[in-house]
Design a protein around this ligand. Structure first.
Ligand code: ADP
Length: 242
């Protein structure tokens, strides 16, 4: 059974439709990229999965049950969430930023310290960075810290909203390699929102293409690239892969 399922999920803001009755299953232990033009509903879709937004109609199911919005904190414990711009707290050190959720969970000091050290190693930051503040790191380094924080509790689901968006091309390449290594280190269900088709192809197993709040195509990456379901998808890929 898929850990993430949406059934007829609809969300409106006034007269604008952010998601128009979307039905989707995400493949377990795989990375799915959600692509589409600006305003097509990508972030709304991700926030639906995280329970940050409730659908007006339809249902989001996680781990086989509808999201229990009354116990959303518990739901989020199993979800790693990283957004563009990293969302790190400027007045907390790298170590404190990464360990935030463990503190909420009341992990003991030793277990927390060991996990933080492990994560810092995993993303190949120098151990001494643990005591720095975010502003003392480059954009790419901050991004890695953001990934560490999302991974702290080793969640089975991982939601990433344009996590590499602010990076220059070279750093972006490096962080992509990092990300690919993380994917290989353990099977996880990852949903990655991006407007960058190349990034989607490089990192994802599956692709969901959104157009105007609806799914234009969903399927394995190579299939979507090889056989676009319609002109919209074909043009989107052609425009960016030229
Ligand atoms: P994307 O992530 O693909 O750029 P979004 O999911 O952010 O798209 O937005 C989808 C549509 O819903 C857009 O037309 C956007 O303007 C609208 N929308 C999203 N959030 C809000 C909001 N809080 N209030 C009003 N309209 C919103």
């Amino acid at each position: 059974m898929a850990r993430i399922k949406l059934h007829g999920v609809m969300k409106r803001y006034g007269t604008a439709t952010a998601l128009g009755g979307v039905t989707l299953s995400f493949r377990d232990d795989a990375t799915t990229a959600v692509v589409g033009p600006s305003g097509s509903g990508k972030s709304t879709l991700l926030q639906m999965i995280n329970g940050l937004i409730r659908p007006d109609e339809g249902e989001v199911r996680l781990f086989g049950a509808p999201i229990d919005y009354g116990r959303i904190a518990e739901v989020r414990r199993r979800i790693g969430y990283a957004v563009q711009g990293t969302g790190l707290f400027p007045h907390l050190t790298v170590e404190k930023n990464i360990g935030l959720l463990a503190r909420v969970e009341k992990w003991d000091r030793r277990r927390t310290a060991e996990r933080i050290a492990e994560l810092i190693r995993l993303v190949e930051l120098p151990p001494s960075f643990a005591n720095r503040y975010p502003h003392e790191l480059s954009g790419g380094e901050q991004q890695r810290v953001g990934l560490c924080r999302a991974m702290m509790l080793d969640p089975p689901l991982f939601l990433l909203d344009e996590p590499f968006g602010a990076l220059d091309p070279i750093t972006r390449r490096e962080v992509h390699d990092e990300f690919a290594r993380l994917q290989r280190s353990k099977a996880r269900t990852i949903v990655l929102v991006t407007h960058d088709i190349r990034e989607a192809i490089r990192l994802a197993d599956e692709i969901v293409v959104l157009r105007r709040s609806a799914v234009a195509q969903a399927g394995p990456c190579d299939e979507v690239v090889r056989a676009p379901a319609n002109d919209f998808v074909r043009r989107l890929f052609e425009a960016q892969l030229r």
